[in-house]
Design a protein around this ligand. Structure first.
Ligand code: PLP
Length: 395
């Protein structure tokens, strides 16, 4: 047998991708499967974006670009940050990467040393803890449960901070819960962080545009402008423009940090795909109404799914602020089901018995929940919800 690195043995494969793969396998074997596992919009990439990429391809934009992104794309990102987020960056403060995933990967590699602690609120996006572990860091998880809308409190943050804490990660609106922090909640977290000037903050704004709360979208730098110098703002085109396969994410932040992240990228992937970058320029600079069309569909599905879930015995689903996920608490349903001991067993049995793929809450650091992606047709959602209700009722 081949002896593998301790590094790789310290992590697990992405559980969301694993569920999606398992559902595809069952489907290929002829089973009738409804997949609510995947974290990607079901819409096609808007035509004007695809056209821009085709034009770039035909015009020979098929060579290496600058490692950190083309000048055009960096300008489009600078403009986007100014327009949507009232944040000012120069070109040396921007790094374009192969998806939002690589932005965080670069951050972990460039910033963390062995034993450095990273505070991650749970439920979290599955990749944060594993990328921290790969970099030798130590994830410190704080849990926000349903009674606090799955958000953490300033007191929880304060008690998690030690003299080894180097990074605080915040993702709002959140994958998997769909909840967003309000400006005043962010200000309160900022009040704590202000007392610890050595802690860097990473805000993951990937779902910024898939958002329907009353208050306008806001991140921690908007709430606490004095934290600008120690905050990395991460975003990307994957979710807002239905461009998951294009692999374009980006980050804005302190110049020295961006430069270090760029160095990591220069020794791993180099530039993100040139053609995808041309598409991303059009996504950010072009007509933004495509976002609203998708948003309207997600909101409608959200309302339907949350209502249907709350009809089920032992299931409690909160209305969310955005994203295309719903994250119901199923603890009472689990307790009532003989032979189903936890959310992992629940998801497994649901897939095997009823052909519905969901991701167990444990994958996101909060047991007794499941994540449903609503990025699928209403017909699929209706079918899935009927099957879930049958499953819970033992039919
Ligand atoms: N951040 C969050 C919170 C996400 O949910 C995702 C995708 O699932 C990403 C970042 C990464 O997106 P991508 O690498 O596809 O751009």
């Amino acid at each position: 047998t081949i002896k593998l690195s301790q590094r790789v043995q310290s992590i697990k494969p992405s559980p969301t991708l694993a569920i999606t793969a398992r559902a595809a396998e069952l489907r290929a074997a002829g089973k009738d499967i409804i997949g609510l596992g995947a974290g990607e919009p079901d819409f096609d990439t808007p035509t004007h974006i695809k056209d821009a990429a085709v034009t770039a391809l035909n015009n020979g934009q098929t060579k290496y670009t600058a490692v950190d992104g083309t000048a055009d794309l960096k300008q489009a990102i600078i403009k986007k940050f100014a327009r949507d987020n009232q944040l000012t960056y120069n070109a040396n403060q921007i790094l374009v990467s192969c998806g939002g995933k690589q932005s965080f990967f670069n951050l972990a590699q460039a910033y963390l040393d062995t034993g450095d602690e990273v505070i991650i609120p749970a439920p979290y996006w599955v990749s944060y803890p594993d990328m921290v572990l790969l970099a030798g860091g130590k994830p410190v998880i704080i849990e926000g449960d349903i009674d606090q809308q799955y958000k953490i409190t300033p007191e929880q943050l304060r008690s998690a901070i030690t003299d080894k804490t180097r990074l605080f990660v915040i993702n709002s609106p959140s994958n998997p819960t769909g909840m967003a922090y309000s400006k005043s909640e962010l200000a309160a977290l900022g009040d704590v962080l202000r007392e610890f000037p050595d802690i860097l903050i990473a805000t993951d704004d990937m779902y910024e545009h898939i958002y329907w709360a009353d208050e306008p979208f806001c991140n921690i730098v908007n709430a606490c402008p004095d934290l600008y110098d120690r905050t990395l703002v991460m975003n990307g085109v994957s979710k807002a423009y239905s461009m998951t396969g294009w692999r374009i994410g980006y980050a804005g932040g302190p110049e020295s940090l961006i430069k270090a992240m760029k160095k990591i990228q220069s020794q791993s992937t180099s530039n993100p795909t040139s053609i995808s970058q041309a598409g991303a320029v059009e996504a950010l600079n072009g007509d933004q109404t495509c976002i609203d069309d998708m948003l309207g569909a997600f909101k409608q599905r959200h309302d339907f799914v949350v209502a249907a879930l709350n009809e089920m015995t032992g299931v409690r689903a909160l209305s969310t602020d955005g994203t295309f996920y719903v994250f119901p608490d199923i603890s009472d349903a689990i307790t009532a089901m003989p032979g189903v001991e936890d959310d992992v067993a629940f998801a497994e049995a649901l897939l095997n018995d009823k052909g519905v793929a969901v991701v167990p809450g444990s994958a996101f650091g909060l047991k007794n929940h499941m994540r449903l992606s609503i990025a699928t047709s209403e017909a699929n959602l209706k079918g899935a919800l009927e099957r879930i209700a049958d499953f819970i009722n033992g039919n």
